[in-house]
Design a binder for this molecule. Structure first.
Ligand SMILES: [Cu+2]
Length: 125
C-alpha cells in the first residue's frame, strides 16, 4: 500500500514538472516546493518553501505573496510571517503539525505583475 502511494506521488510530481516547463510563456511558474506536492511525510515539516521561476514582486506593507495551509477537518494551520527571497516564498508553522492531510494554497505576484495561484497537497503519517 505504501509503494502505491509513493508511485502516485512521483507521477504527480512529474506531471507538475512537465506542466511548469512545457508552456514557453514568460509567466512565472512554481519550480519546486517543500514539501513536494503529493509528499507523504513521516513527521511535521519544519518549513514551507515555494520556489518560482521569476522574482516575486514586493510592495511595502502589503502582503501580496502569501500561502495558507489547511489541515485535517479544514483547520487552518497557524504560520509565522512570510519571507520572500527573490523568487522564493517561505514560512514556518507555529507548532508542529499532527498527522493527516494538508493543503498549501498560494497566491503570488511576479515582477511582471502577473498573479499565480496554486495548491500543493501533502500528508503526514
Ligand atoms: Cu507573466
Amino acid at each position: 500500500m505504501r509503494r502505491i502511494s509513493i508511485t502516485v506521488s512521483i507521477a504527480a510530481i512529474s506531471a507538475i514538472t512537465m506542466t511548469s516547463i512545457t508552456p514557453a510563456l514568460a509567466h512565472t511558474a512554481l519550480v519546486s516546493s517543500t514539501p513536494r506536492n503529493g509528499a507523504i511525510l513521516q513527521e511535521s515539516p519544519k518549513n514551507f518553501v515555494l520556489r518560482f521561476s521569476e522574482t516575486l514582486a514586493q510592495l511595502d506593507r502589503k502582503q501580496i505573496n502569501t500561502m495558507k495551509v489547511m489541515g485535517p477537518s479544514k483547520v487552518r494551520v497557524k504560520l509565522n510571517s512570510m519571507k520572500i527571497m527573490k523568487s522564493s516564498l517561505s514560512t514556518t508553522p507555529l507548532q508542529p503539525l499532527t498527522s493527516g492531510r494538508y493543503e498549501i494554497s498560494y497566491r503570488v505576484v511576479a515582477e511582471d505583475g502577473h498573479t499565480l495561484y496554486g495548491v500543493i497537497k501533502f500528508s503526514i503519517q
